[in-house]
Design a protein around this ligand. Sequence first.
Ligand code: 5GP
Ligand code: MN
Length: 336
Amino acid sequence: MTSLSELKNFLSLPKNITITAHRNPDGDAVGASLALAHYLKKQNHDVSVVLPSEYPESLFWMKGIHDILVYDTEEKQALDKIERAELFFCLDFNSLDRIDKAGEAMLKNKNAKIVTIDHHLYPEGFSDLLISDPQASSTCEMIYTFITDLGDADLIDHTIGDCLYTGILTDTGSFKYSTSSRLFRVVADLLDRGVDDYHLQNLIFNSMTEKQLRLLGHCLNNRMEIIPEYSTGIITLTKEDYANFDIKRGDTEGIINNLLRLKEVDVAAFIMEQPTIVKISLRSKDDISVQELAQKHFRGGGHKNAAGGASFHNLTATVNKFKEILPLYFQKKTFH
Ligand code: 5GP
Ligand code: MN
């Protein structure tokens, strides 16, 4: 299966389909998975969503989210769905290491075809059909295009629309990044199909817990460092911060974007001391890319303006390493 028309043929009879997306799934990964699942179920396919790790609590309101199987905690059921699949959809990731053991299990199932729909740079070649668009704001925008290209725009109801809109809102930071005229056309159509923009913005952005807002204050007040010569801002979180604030999955979402609100910051880094690794998130403005830095130095990758990776050194060593490589990528500014 190497074309959309072959896929359309394949989908003309009910199939066992397993959808997966990247580890630490965000609004786009979960939104795209659920939107595609709702769409395929409408056509009588037997559809499961298997994610490598837990989805954030802030998305619990999404329809169908509690049917998702989490590989980390429900390995047996997840493996069963992977072994029985006749078709896999890989969403919002470009390399198999982003889904860990689920990827190994998927490759063992030789009977199934793999379709990837993704907007990250430099997708690896593990799919039978690769639909890649690094210009797209989000995988959710691509799922909208995918469904319309299959001639099924009429099946996009407000449940599917809510899921798609969630990924678009979260991956664009509420229309601050990666926007295009095409995206706004997609969004206009979703609103015409019954998506309630105001309600979703409130569910997604105005639903913080007090702890999360205080953690943001702590990060900005006590953990932020600005390096003016390299127009760079860094926020770090220590193991003690994790314990003191009882930081859980999703609590640190969006903190890094605050660094970009500074006029003098073009590159932002959020470096977190997690139990077994030090996780690094990167953001940048305009034409400045953080993708290569993440890939070459932190075993990661992503997009031009949003990338990430990990380090196996301690927090201080990781921060120092990041500071040392800044001159390799970014122009030094001089001040008079
Ligand atoms: P975030 O900083 O929100 O975790 O991720 C930003 C972007 O970088 C996302 O598109 C994500 O897929 C990518 N990214 C984050 N961490 C990693 C990683 O460890 N490996 C790879 N390949 N991409 C990552
Ligand atoms: Mn995405």
